[in-house]
Design a protein around this ligand. Structure first.
Ligand code: FE2
Length: 293
């Protein structure tokens, strides 16, 4: 899908940038080097989002070991592969190859054990993994999984040539690959040619951020360089965001409805209470976490 649509929306009260955040270099899985852009201390501020990792390297040692079998419970993971090939396998019987431009959406629900293993010995591996919380009532739901090839993702172009991939939510009338009621996530990949702008309507209550991964954006007069996350201020009067680019720029625009529930996290388990975390640990230890039924 790649249609040109007339972008008539006008954002009148654009959100300001509250602050810029630099990611933290870390490693996860069996030693995959990555940048944790959305860290645990921002979970409350960016509710319903729990984590955003950016990975990007052309050195196989940085990614080759991948993420061997590990569990998740209580939230959703959204993996967006810009470049590279990764194979996913999980205890719910799902298997999928994620490659250039593809998205994998996994709802861990009551639990999955899965692996994410690179299917390449060299070349560039680049992408993102976003963790999206589930409301308490859905944390123990059955696991769900879908993967989308790049060409299956809804996409549109503005008359100025801004290319927008709608991974989740809705943008200028285009409905994304995935929609969710409780958290109403918006997940856009926006490619701006030099000298263009893009507007997106956002409900004022939604928490929102921009992550620039190529070039440099300007949001409400504030420059946002590559590898920076701009937290967008929540003001009752604001109706959206306006993003401009002097040079060619690529970024993620992510927003969602906060759940306002307690967040209890222990590694790959995100529940509402400590007791539910202990239960997840017991279930994992007893081999009940990835069980069907
Ligand atoms: Fe995982």
């Amino acid at each position: 899908m790649n249609t040109t649509i007339d972008v008539t929306t006008t954002v009148k009260q654009p959100r300001a940038v509250e602050r810029l955040v630099v990611g933290q270099a870390t490693s996860d899985g069996a030693g995959v080097k990555l940048t944790r852009v959305l860290t645990q201390n921002l979970q409350r501020r960016l509710d319903p989002f729990l984590m955003l990792d950016a990975f990007g390297s052309d050195r196989p040692d940085d990614y080759i070991a991948g993420f061997p079998d590990h569990p998740h419970r209580g939230f959703e993971t959204v993996t967006y592969m810009i470049a590279g090939r990764m194979l996913h396998r999980d205890s719910a019987g799902h298997e999928g190859l994620l490659d250039n431009g593809g998205v994998q959406w996994m709802t861990a629900g009551r639990g999955v054990v899965h692996s994410e293993i690179p299917q390449q010995a060299d070349g560039v591996m680049e992408g993102f993994q976003l963790w999206l919380n589930l409301p308490g009532r859905d944390k123990m739901m059955a696991p769900w999984y879908r993967d989308f090839k790049a060409e299956e993702l809804p996409r549109f172009k503005t008359p100025a040539g801004v290319l927008v991939t709608v991974i989740a939510g809705r943008s200028h009338g285009v409905v994304g690959a995935v929609t969710r009621e409780a958290t109403a996530p918006l997940y856009l990949d926006v490619h701006l040619p030099a000298g263009t702008r893009f507007e997106q309507v956002l409900p004022p209550t939604h928490n929102a951020f921009v992550y620039v991964y190529r070039g440099e954006a300007t949001v409400a007069g504030q420059a946002v360089p590559a590898q920076r996350m701009a937290l967008l201020a929540n003001a009752a009067t604001s109706d959206g965001v306006v993003i401009e680019a002097q040079g060619e720029t690529r970024l993620l625009l992510i927003a969602g409805q906060p759940l306002g529930e307690p967040i209890a996290q222990y590694g790959p388990f995100v529940m509402n209470s400590q007791e539910e975390i202990y239960q997840a640990l017991r279930d994992f230890r007893d081999g009940r976490l990835g069980e069907a039924g």
